[in-house]
Design a protein around this ligand. Structure first.
Ligand SMILES: Nc1ncnc2c1ncn2[C@@H]1O[C@H](COP(=O)(O)OP(=O)(O)OP(=O)(O)O)[C@@H](O)[C@H]1O
Ligand SMILES: [Mg+2]
Length: 257
């Protein structure tokens, strides 16, 4: 139960356009202060990027939103309700897609649906449409070891999308990919985001990735994480990574880190 003492049940109520609202979030692990009073909102359909120094608490913030980590203070509201644990309304995508090696791609994507007890035909139909969405329709029967890193990451994304979550929580999903694959995965994500209208929260170490993808960027301080700056990215998509606006913003964000 993440509801704090004295919290009224209607504390989460707010703006209809706001999907997620993080208010006064704090997190300690024993004596280690990791998150120090963070506030932000995420609008429906928005793509928010988070950058910050290594170890500052980015993953902890995502895990708290995923309901895997209990806040030490403050609250996290999703669609006007306090988050009290994990749920199918939030899909996680990690740096390591952690696919089951003994299942082919389609069976990996079906996994969450299987847990829900969905029937075979419906499960397969949804998994196939997720595989289509990530451009892997021809690789349904391939096993993880037969796929490149980028393709495995797509399967991980398809698995998250199959549950039709309200939002995707992505933790450095392209961090292990080579530069070229990473760029094309960013384009893929933007395409899928455009098609599905999902709300996305994307954690990255890469300032360039954040500027290329985000509607907004939260720049975090070193641990304990607080919000150093919130930047609205007003560069038209598709963004030119070598353009003047891009370069200016890169300089600004790097200066903050
Ligand atoms: N379950 C835990 N128990 C104790 N300490 C933890 C736990 N999870 C995270 N931490 C600590 O909290 C701090 C923030 O960790 P977190 O993984 O959120 O950082 P991060 O910003 O995601 O780092 P990176 O950029 O390297 O991925 C670290 O000092 C880490 O050691
Ligand atoms: Mg992390």
């Amino acid at each position: 139960m993440f509801r704090l003492k004295n919290q009224k049940s209607d504390d989460c109520k707010g703006d209809n356009e706001v999907l997620l609202s993080v208010k006064g979030l704090r997190k300690r692990f024993g004596s280690l202060n990791v998150i120090d009073d963070i506030d932000f909102d995420l609008k429906l359909g928005e793509l928010l990027c988070i950058v910050g120094p290594s170890g500052c608490g980015k993953t902890t913030i995502l895990r708290a939103i995923a309901g895997l980590e209990k806040p030490s203070g403050g609250r996290i509201c999703l669609e006007g309700k306090t988050i009290e644990g994990p749920g199918p309304d939030r899909g996680m995508v990690f740096q390591d897609p952690a696919l089951f090696p003994w299942r082919n791609s389609l069976k990996n994507v079906e996994f969450g649906l299987e847990i829900k007890g969905m029937g075979r035909e419906e499960k397969e139909r949804i998994a196939r449409s997720s595989m289509d969405l990530v451009g892997l329709e021809d690789f349904s029967h391939s096993y993880p070891y037969q796929l490149s890193g980028g393709m495995q990451q797509r399967v991980g994304l398809a698995r998250a999308l199959a549950n039709d979550p309200e939002m995707l929580l992505m933790d450095e999903p392209f961090g292990a990919l080579d530069a070229q694959t990473r760029n094309s995965m960013q384009d893929e994500l933007l395409r899928i985001w455009g098609e599905t209208k999902k709300t996305v929260m994307f954690v990255t170490h890469s300032v360039d990735e954040a500027i290329y993808l985000g509607d907004r960027i939260l720049v975090l301080s070193a641990r304990p994480a607080s919000i150093r700056e919130e930047i609205k990215v007003q560069i038209e998509r598709p963004r030119d990574r070598t353009g003047e606006q891009f370069n200016d913003l890169r300089k600004e964000v790097l200066g903050l880190l």
